[in-house]
Structures are given as C-alpha cells and as structure tokens.
Design a protein around this ligand. Sequence first.
Ligand code: FES
Ligand SMILES: [Fe+2]
Length: 368
Amino acid sequence: MNAPSSGIEPIISLAARYYTDPAIFENEMSGLLSRTWQFACHASEIANPGDYKSFEIAGQSLFAIRGHDNVIRTFYNVCQHRAHQMVQGSGNTRVVVCPYHAWTYELTGGLRAGPNIKAVPGFDRSKICLTSVRTEDFHGFIFVNLDNDAAPMDEWFPGVRDEIAAYVYNIDSLAPLEWVEVPEKCNWKVSVENYSECYHCPMNHPTFAEGVVKPETYDISPDAGGGYVLRHTTECQPMDKMTYPFDATKPHAGDYQSWFLWPMFSFQCYPGNILNTYHWRTEGHDACVVYRGWYTEGGQESDVIRKLAVQDLETTVAEDVTLVESVQKGLMSKGYVPGPLVVDPNHGVNSEHSIAKLQQWMREAVDG
Ligand code: FES
Ligand SMILES: [Fe+2]
C-alpha cells in the first residue's frame, strides 16, 4: 500500500530537450548568453596600453583592449567599413588597423584615418566608431555583457565583490599562472549543474572529499545575499589531512567558499586563500569547454599551485568529465523520464536545492 499523499509534489528535473535541442541552444545564444555577464579575460593578460585579446561570447567575436588612459574597453571584432574582422588572437598595437583596406581606429574605438576618405563628400569621420560592449572590471577579472541595458554586476551578484576580497586578501594583485582547458562532450548546463551540487561528491570525488573538504558539512546557499549567486561552503579537513601546505595565519585561511555567478563563471577559494576559477564556453548544443584558472601574486611561479592544478585535473575534473558525458548520452536516451530532484528542506550535501534554483533560472531564460 502507498503512503498517504501529502499533496506536495517533488520538483521534477528539467526536460531532456533543454540539453539536447539545437533550437533551445540557439534561443539561449540570442537570449540568455547575450544578456548576462560573461568572463572575457584577466586584466593582467592585457597589462599595457594597446594590449588586446579577442574571444567569443554567444557566437559573437569580440576583443578587449587597454587604452592609453589604462581603461579596458571591449568592442565587437568588426570593421565599420565593410565588416572585415579587426584582430586575431592577442597582441599589442598602437592603433587598431583593419587588415582589409587599412581603416585605422583609436584604442577608444573612434575612426582615426582611412585611405582617401577625405575625398568623399560628406564623410564624417567623427560619426564612425567600433561598436562597444558593456565591460566591467571585477577585481581584475574582465566581464562583458552584450546587453547595453544590463544591470551592473553588483546588482546581479550583490555583496560578492566585498566577500571575495575578504576571502582572497590579495585578489587585486593576482594574475593567472595556468589555465587548464577541459573539453566536455555535453551541453553547458549539464556541466554547470554538475559543478553546482555535491550530492555526487562522496561517491565520485575521493580526493576532494577526503583531502580538502568535509563533505558532511558541504552546503550551497542559493538565497543568502540574493541575486544570481550560488555560494558553496564547507568546513575543511584539519591541516594535517590537507593535501598541500599553506600559510594558516591570514583571515579565512582555513575556509573554503565559492561563488557561482550565473550562468557560467565561478570564483572558488581553497584553504590558504588560494583562488581558482571556472568559466565555461559553449561549443554548440552538445559540447562545451571548461577552463580552470589558477592564480598567484603577479602570476609568479608556484610549485604548490601547479601541483594543485594537476591534482585537480587528474581527480575532480577527470571524474566530472566522465559523469557529465554519460549524462549527455543519457539525455539522448528514449528511455529517460526526468526524475524528482532530491530537495532536502534542510539543505546539506545530500540535497539538490541548488539544482532546483539553477533549473528555475534555466526555464526562465528559455520560456520567459
Ligand atoms: S573592411 Fe575594414 S577597412 Fe574595409
Ligand atoms: Fe563533481
């Protein structure tokens, strides 16, 4: 005999088509991913005036460039003459010269010169400018948003700027030591969901669960502080069980916390005030790339951080790649009927309340 119904139904996981249908992915590219803050690059990668770096967000080629005024601006990577791309990769330049007909732009985007343009009656150079993109510097992390009307990051992610500075006291002097690039054959949301719950950790991440954190204390708070942030917290193993050495004297030295910034970025602070990041790039509806960033002051060499990056790649990351790629295959299965999320009202590690929140944002993004 079944137990009497409480009248409350569990929340059912997102339908498979959200992860497998190319039309939904197209919708996300022109909608969600064009209206949210996306990581572009670290300011230290374009440290000097004229330094630039190109990248792609929501299918659009963009480049960030540092001006003579030291301000970092971002532009669509397209000439306002007849649409040739302006730059490739990264580099340094005094002015931005289009490779097609040599129109030349200032680092601030204004048209400076072009062969024979003065001969054109009515040609007004001052009206022509590379198309700029909203850009914010978040403790040296450069984010862009293709929506000119987007609310600033501090409204999307209230409190995070100050909280991170408290956990990572040297965040403003950090530079990337290493980017670890991890291709995954799955929809970006499968990967982001996997990152956003630790219900799978005790079973799948022995090193993470035994060498860094105490899984029984792991929790994710979708509502603390509001905004589109998922904060992960946990108590850490005692010093002698940690898999790496660190200076325990700084505030928050013994703490772990991460701040996932919807939809595709996460700051993660390991014990020892060690910052590492995740950012995702889409590669179509069924593939993405996860980048793990590891930082030191000024990008200086560090055996400890290099080893941590390798340990992370060989354990947690490799374990997760297997999981997410299996899930993507499963989402294509005719036999999959989405199951209830394990949402424990008291949260804790064995709860998927964070997935319920993420899937709510995912539904809102696609279905309005
Ligand atoms: S397309 Fe750039 S100068 Fe002609
Ligand atoms: Fe994982």
